[in-house]
Design a binder for this molecule. Structure first.
Ligand code: ZN
Ligand code: ZN
Length: 81
């Protein structure tokens, strides 16, 4: 119980969303949290910024594993042009 609590605290405070998801945990979509102040759990993360993004709404998905958040998508699109 005690070690589980410590593990959860560690996950919350020190791990990136990518690390959480790779470890089999859920992460929160950072755009939902930032813009709408709500928590939406996801198992997808952005290829560029490694932050959690909810499926369909705040990410562009290229195949099974590769996803880009809307912020990075717009940023890299501008860079390419
Ligand atoms: Zn979202
Ligand atoms: Zn991103």
């Amino acid at each position: 119980m005690d070690s589980l609590l410590k593990k959860n605290l560690k996950i919350e405070n020190y791990m990136t969303d990518k690390e959480k998801i790779d470890d089999g945990n859920w992460a929160n979509c950072y755009i939902c949290e930032l813009v709408f102040n709500r928590k939406r759990e996801t198992k997808r993360y952005c290829y560029y910024c490694k932050k959690g993004i909810c499926e369909g709404e705040h990410g562009t998905f290229q195949g099974q594993k590769f996803a880009i958040c809307l912020v990075c998508y717009n940023m890299h699109k501008v860079k390419d042009n």
